[in-house]
Design a binder for this molecule. Structure first.
Ligand SMILES: [Zn+2]
Length: 124
């Protein structure tokens, strides 16, 4: 049995408020984190990821792509549940909000991220 994620949600919500002062209050930060957890949970299960794989992808390549995205989502999910979601895993700096909103599974800030965070070679 896994522990309830409430502490992690509260921790990540507090970190989010600290990282982006004036942008959130306690209620909206908690709602934002909960929405994020729902998105990541869905993606970690391989949910809607298939929709983002272009129709030209070979089936095997698409499966690899989905697995990679699901793994990235699981990694991000673990960080949000541990209360460190808004922080970069490499430098402990703040991950920009627009980056978090465009890259659901981002765990690093823009300067620490690898140049190609998602393997897209199957989709060319
Ligand atoms: Zn960083």
């Amino acid at each position: 049995m896994s522990p309830a994620p409430t502490d992690g949600v509260n921790g990540s919500a507090a970190a989010l408020m600290t990282a982006h002062p004036g942008r959130f209050d306690e209620l909206s930060a908690t709602a934002w984190v909960e929405e994020r957890l729902a998105l990541l949970t869905e993606r970690a299960a391989g949910g809607d990821v298939r929709l983002s794989v272009s129709s030209g992808c070979a089936a095997a390549g698409a499966a690899t792509h989905v697995r990679a995205q699901a793994q990235a989502a699981q990694r991000a999910l673990a960080r949000w549940c541990a209360g460190t979601g808004p922080q970069c895993e490499a430098c402990d700096g703040v991950i920009a909000l627009d980056r978090l909103e465009s890259l659901v599974a981002a765990v690093r800030c823009a300067s620490c991220a690898p140049r190609t965070p998602v393997d897209t070679r199957w989709c060319r």
